[in-house]
Structure formats: structure tokens, C-alpha cells
Design a protein around this ligand. Structure first.
Ligand code: HEM
Length: 229
């Protein structure tokens, strides 16, 4: 077996199977462990700036990746005019830098704020490092190997569908530059870490709030003793 098959055929199936299997196990047998284990009570100012930038940036970027996967024709048509292609690529790079700046704040916070450090596990650092690699290699790919939004649909859309439909064909990836391979390989490492880390909170959509009955919260305060004199 060659490295290409190991990294881009075997690894994706192992990573996806573990991500799905262990997440289902956790949801059924340890439902309260599906959480991001918020540390907002320990520090909130850096969290605000880091979390907002990182989450908005990465969500929009990954939505773009999904559009290229599910409706590649829309990207090809959009890119038919050079101005629109430049706009898409520049927006992608700007969002990538925004998300990276947010992640840098989150990493700095976790390393320098004593109270956050105490509640951090080695897996928290692993996940932050993997996310950083994803963002940096993504921005390098978008900047150095232009025009990614165009060739994504020609190389990665068929590749990912070949994996999802159990007819794996990773041959087109074999000759790609190392940075792009690392970008994809690193995604599978994140998928491997998914179910064993805080990343699992991604599946926790708080939809229950829409359906559950009203909840009335009543605060209890000590009654003030009023003098009768
Ligand atoms: C955790 C998962 C991932 C993250 C955080 C991520 C992040 C990024 C970022 C920040 C960029 C630069 C901005 C942009 O052009 O959109 C990018 C570009 C890119 N990514 Fe990803 N990515 C992920 C997964 C993947 C996967 C699984 C693939 C392919 C199978 C992929 C292929 C690409 C390509 C081809 C580009 C260049 C797009 C362009 O130049 O417009 N990415 N990614």
C-alpha cells in the first residue's frame, strides 16, 4: 500500500467511523459529556473577541467548502467572470485570516490565563494546534495555488464523493503540492480527535429550547427583617 492510499483512503474511513461511532456512543451513554465545557466564567473579554472571530470565520469558510462539494456548478458559474472570482478568493482569504486571528487569541488565552490553564487538558491543546494547521495551510493554499475555488470542484469534489460513496479514488491527490495534502490530511486528524475532545459540542444544537415548556426561574433572597419600632 502506498502513502497516498493510506492517508487519503484508509485514514478518512477510520477517522469518519470513529467520529460517528464514538459520538453516537457518547450521546447515548454519556449525554452530559456533549459540551464545549465553557470557560466563560473564568475569563470573558479575550473569549469574546477570540471566539466570535474564530467561529464566524470558520463557519462561513466551511460553508463555502460545502457549497463546492454539494453544488459545484454554482461555484463554476460564479467564477465565470474574473471579477467575481477575485471577490470570492479575496473574501475566502480575508475570512481565513479573521478566523486565524480569533484562534490565535483563543490559544494565547489558554496558555497565559492561569485559571484557564488549570482547567485545560492535553487534548485541548492538540485540537487548537490542529485547527491552526488547518487555517494556515488553507490560507497558504488559497494564496499560493490560485485559483483554488476553481480547481476544488475539479479535484476535491469528485474525490470526496468517491469516499462518501465507497468507491474511493485518491489518485488525483497524489501529485498535489505538500501544503495542500497537509491541509486535507490535517482535516482527517481533526476528524479523529472529534469524538474525543470538546469539538464534539458541534453536534449539540440547542433545538430543545424551541419545544420545551416555559421555565420560570425564581430567585430566592433572604427576607429583610423590618423593625416594628
Ligand atoms: C477543518 C477543516 C478545514 C478548515 C478549517 C479549512 C480552512 C480553509 C481556509 C481558511 C482556507 C482559505 C480560505 C478559503 O479560500 O476558503 C481554505 C481553503 C481551501 N481548502 Fe480548506 N479547510 C478545511 C478542510 C478542507 C478539506 C477537507 C479540503 C479538501 C478535501 C479543503 C480544500 C481547500 C482548498 C482547495 C482551498 C483553496 C480554496 C481557494 O483557494 O479558494 N479544505 N480552507
Amino acid at each position: 500500500m502506498d502513502w497516498n492510499t493510506l492517508f487519503f483512503v484508509i485514514l478518512p474511513y477510520v477517522a469518519l467511523a470513529l467520529a460517528i461511532g464514538v459520538t453516537i456512543y457518547r450521546s447515548v451513554y454519556r449525554p452530559f459529556s456533549i459540551s464545549s465545557l465553557s470557560s466563560q466564567l473564568l475569563e470573558r473579554r479575550q473569549l469574546f473577541w477570540g471566539s466570535i472571530s474564530f467561529h464566524w470565520g470558520i463557519t462561513i469558510i466551511l460553508t463555502g467548502h460545502l457549497v463546492a462539494l454539494f453544488i459545484p456548478q454554482s461555484i463554476v458559474l460564479w467564477n465565470a467572470q474574473p471579477l467575481r472570482l477575485y471577490l470570492l478568493e479575496l473574501s475566502g482569504i480575508a475570512l481565513g485570516l479573521w478566523a486565524t486571528a480569533g484562534l490565535a487569541i483563543l490559544i494565547w488565552r489558554r496558555v497565559t490565563v492561569g485559571r484557564i490553564r488549570v482547567v485545560s487538558t492535553p487534548m485541548d491543546y492538540v485540537v487548537l494546534a490542529l485547527l491552526l494547521v488547518s487555517l494556515i495551510t488553507g490560507v497558504i493554499t488559497a494564496t499560493v495555488y490560485r485559483w483554488g475555488s476553481y480547481w476544488f470542484t475539479g479535484i476535491f469534489t469528485p474525490y470526496i464523493w468517491s469516499i462518501l460513496t465507497f468507491r474511493p479514488d485518491a489518485a488525483p491527490l497524489a501529485t498535489l503540492p505538500l501544503t495542500i495534502k497537509l491541509h486535507v490530511f490535517n482535516f482527517y486528524l481533526l476528524a479523529l480527535a472529534f469524538a474525543f475532545s470538546r469539538l464534539v459540542h458541534i453536534i449539540a444544537w440547542p433545538l430543545g429550547y424551541l419545544l420545551r415548556p416555559w421555565q420560570i426561574v425564581i430567585g430566592l433572597r433572604k427576607a429583610r427583617v423590618v423593625s416594628q419600632e
